[in-house]
Design a protein around this ligand. Structure first.
Ligand code: ATR
Length: 269
């Protein structure tokens, strides 16, 4: 049976094994998918060993996305620009290809599952860390009218324009104007905190997306709903979406993410 795994540290709460096992069942693919916690310092040697042991591919999560980027022999354009890899696959000739599917997963969730059109829309992204870098390419490919990127540390938002000149960097307190979609990519939600956003940013026309997810509503989405946002969604759909793109890279068949998302949503209630 073909073996795959998600690699991270920590990893025990990962939903990826459940998602990929459901995709395999759905599409009749004979594969095994597990979660493996690696020590933070031995990514390269451990991954080589696992490929030698017969693993066919990996998902890679925090804190190894940069290690996976450096490990790959070949990178897709979007992985080069993101400087991060979340999917590794061994090619026919034995070389390892690195790709990043987070952005495609987010766009799939926004456009296909939620029906939030990105084309010609005014988008505000909060945060300038690795998670945000990974989604910019796919968002920009969706032809938005404008992408503003605000970060607590303005210099980090400005640095991103080296690789993504299309974005407009901003601090939080200088934010102004109307946004159709606001995406929270800061890690503030993890600790239940909110980025310091100015009053009046959210209107009844604003849709808000938190790339984080968990049991119940995230701190950002609660705040956005209280400010009168039109709709709010969390990042569970992005998680299932990125998994679907990775699955297709490995197996060449497209799974159907909607039913898996519904099942997970039920469990997280
Ligand atoms: P990740 O891989 O999750 O993106 P990261 O690279 O450490 O993690 O980036 C974390 C992001 O969340 C950064 O944009 C960070 O802002 P700074 O660049 O100013 O550090 C942002 N962040 C974390 N906690 C925050 C908070 N309490 N308020 C606002 N922004 C926060």
């Amino acid at each position: 049976m073909d073996r795959y795994a998600v690699l991270g540290h920590p990893i025990k709460h990962s939903l990826s094994p459940e998602i990929h096992t459901a995709f395999a069942r759905q599409t009749g693919q004979d594969l095994e998918y597990e979660a493996i916690e690696l020590p933070v310092t031995s990514f390269e040697t451990r991954v080589w060993q696992m490929f030698r042991d017969g693993f066919r591919g990996f998902n890679v999560t925090v804190p190894f996305k940069k290690d996976a980027h450096d490990f790959a022999d070949e990178l897709t354009e979007r992985a080069k620009r993101a400087r991060a890899v979340n999917t590794l696959v061994q090619l026919e000739d034995g070389r390892i290809l690195g790709d990043t599917t987070d952005g495609a997963g987010l766009v799939f969730d926004l456009e296909e599952q939620l029906g939030w059109s990105l084309e010609n829309s005014h988008i505000l992204i909060l945060g300038a860390g690795g998670a945000v870098r990974g989604i910019l390419e796919s968002l920009l490919e969706s032809n938005p009218a404008q992408v503003v990127l605000a970060n607590r540390t303005l210099a980090k938002a400005e640095d991103l324009t080296d690789d993504f000149p299309e974005i407009a960097p901003s601090s939080f307190d200088e934010l102004e104007g109307h946004f159709d979609i606001i995406i929270n990519g800061t890690s503030a939600s993890l600790s239940g905190h909110l980025p310091p956003l100015p009053e009046g940013l959210i209107t009844s026309e604003t849709r808000c997306y938190d790339m984080m997810y968990g049991k119940g509503e995230t701190a950002f989405n609660r705040w956005a709903r209280e400010q009168g946002a039109k709709e709010c969604a969390d990042g569970l759909g992005m998680l299932v979406g990125q998994a679907a793109v990775s699955f297709e890279i490995w197996r060449g068949v497209q799974p159907e993410p909607e039913s898996v998302l519904k099942e997970l949503r039920g469990q997280l209630k």
